[in-house]
Design a protein around this ligand. Structure first.
Ligand code: GLA
Length: 406
């Protein structure tokens, strides 16, 4: 286990907040009263289990002034629960997951996990970089999916907690001020799952009083490599055990998407969504067209496609990518990202065998993933935004999931 220091951004935030009351930083869970209903968000930890290798795993609880509660493990950075107050103030758990560590280790759905080194598929697990061909682990037929056999979703990350915020009642105590973060770091050794270079990865998972769950990804390498990190949460704004997501309404800021072949590998084409079931430029019920007679939907068994976000320029600015609403229950989710792409996955591979939290049975299409990312298989498509990371460069990516009540 390594110990790390909080990144500069957090230190700056502390200063910007003008005098923090309960700034604490420590390995496992420093904290103030978790049931407190005002003040900055808090973070606590508890033991969660032991891996087959004998390593102890912790579960961290982040809670904000509105009662929003997020639980995250240092195993795979798995977000096991996102509890948000609905219109009536009742807490609803809006992400799919399991009850136990063992169930996550046995599963293959990537529920709530961090995904890396490369989110999504790399064709035949192979790519060329600077004249060398690299062979990656294949775990999806002949293809490489979500980092390989033992991706970032299955490794134990070093964890560090930070909480900061203004003194309640002070002039700086404005809505949204303050945050609690779990900082996870992992060193992926040269050759892990076939990837070149030692990759130092760090993911900061933050809860704010603005009901935002933020992911800040950073990485550096010692030889040229490729990187594409994401969070693989399955959302169901009516509650994780409420059934199908087909009634949810989705808006995507994307005029194009990347079509796939029958093996779900991107063809390289950027296809316009106009006149297709992939046009979510105005809010549309997911179920409206999911079973339309369309080859791409047949290949995916529904939506399992990367969308090309319209406003991306590569400047590192956060922009709105998606809005998801559950019209009946009144919860909405906004996704903001610095990434050029977003995978819409409608849970088409979920079957009745996926037993979830509290014994819930997660059938077909009962959770929806909005995975921010660079495009799938970019290492094999020079025309796509590059996923190459070279020594001396810093990989940086940020995504915010913001929950609203309507
Ligand atoms: C993704 C992929 C899907 C599927 C899920 C995991 O998001 O796009 O095809 O592999 O992960 O079940």
């Amino acid at each position: 286990m390594r110990s790390i220091v909080p990144p500069l951004s957090l230190v700056v935030l502390l200063a910007a907040c003008g005098g923090e009351r309960d700034e604490t930083a420590g390995r496992a869970g420093a904290s103030s009263d978790p049931s407190s209903s005002s003040g900055p968000p808090t973070i606590n930890s508890e033991p969660w289990g032991v891996t087959p290798e004998g390593d102890s795993v912790n579960l961290y609880t982040l809670r904000n002034a509105n009662g929003m509660t997020v639980r995250v493990s240092d195993l795979g950075g798995i977000v096991t629960e996102v509890l948000v107050p609905d219109r009536d103030g009742d807490l609803v758990d809006v992400v799919l997951g399991h009850d136990s560590l063992d169930a996550y280790l046995d599963g293959s759905a990537y529920f709530g996990a961090l995904v890396g080194r490369y989110a999504n598929r790399i064709a035949r697990g192979r790519f060329e970089l600077d004249g060398t061909t690299y062979e990656l682990a294949t775990n999806d037929g002949e293809n490489h999916l979500h980092g390989g056999v033992r991706g970032f979703d299955r490794v134990l990350w070093d964890a560090f907690t930070v909480q900061s915020g203004p003194i309640p009642g002070s002039p700086f105590d404005v809505p949204g001020a303050g945050r609690a973060s779990l900082i996870l770091s992992y060193v992926s050794e040269d050759g892990e799952e076939g990837y070149p270079g030692r990759l130092d990865a760090e993911v900061t998972i933050t809860l704010t009083n603005g009901n935002e769950l933020k992911f800040d990804f950073e990485a550096s390498t010692d030889v040229p490599t490729v990187v594409n990190l994401t969070h693989h949460g399955y959302w169901n704004l009516a509650g994780h055990a409420s059934g199908s997501i087909l009634e949810h309404e989705l808006e995507l800021r994307a005029s194009r998407y990347t079509p796939v072949d029958a093996g779900l590998i991107t063809t390289g084409e950027l296809r316009h969504v106009e006149g297709t079931p992939f046009d979510f430029r105005t809010p549309t019920r997911i179920g409206d067209r999911i079973d339309a007679d369309d080859e791409q939907l047949r290949f995916g068994g529904g939506y399992d496609h990367n969308f090309v976000l319209d406003d991306w320029t590569g400047d590192g600015a956060l922009r709105l990518a998606a809005r998801l609403r559950d019209p009946a229950g009144g919860l909405a989710l906004e996704v903001l990202t610095t990434e050029p792409g977003l995978q819409l996955y409608s849970g088409n591979f979920l079957g009745d065998s996926a037993v979830g939290k509290g014994g819930a049975v997660y059938g077909y299409r009962t959770g929806l993933c909005l995975e921010t990312q660079h495009f799938p298989d970019s290492p094999n498509h020079p025309g796509f935004p590059s996923t190459v990371l070279r020594p001396g460069e810093k990989y940086e990516s940020e995504t915010v999931y913001r929950i609203r009540t309507e």
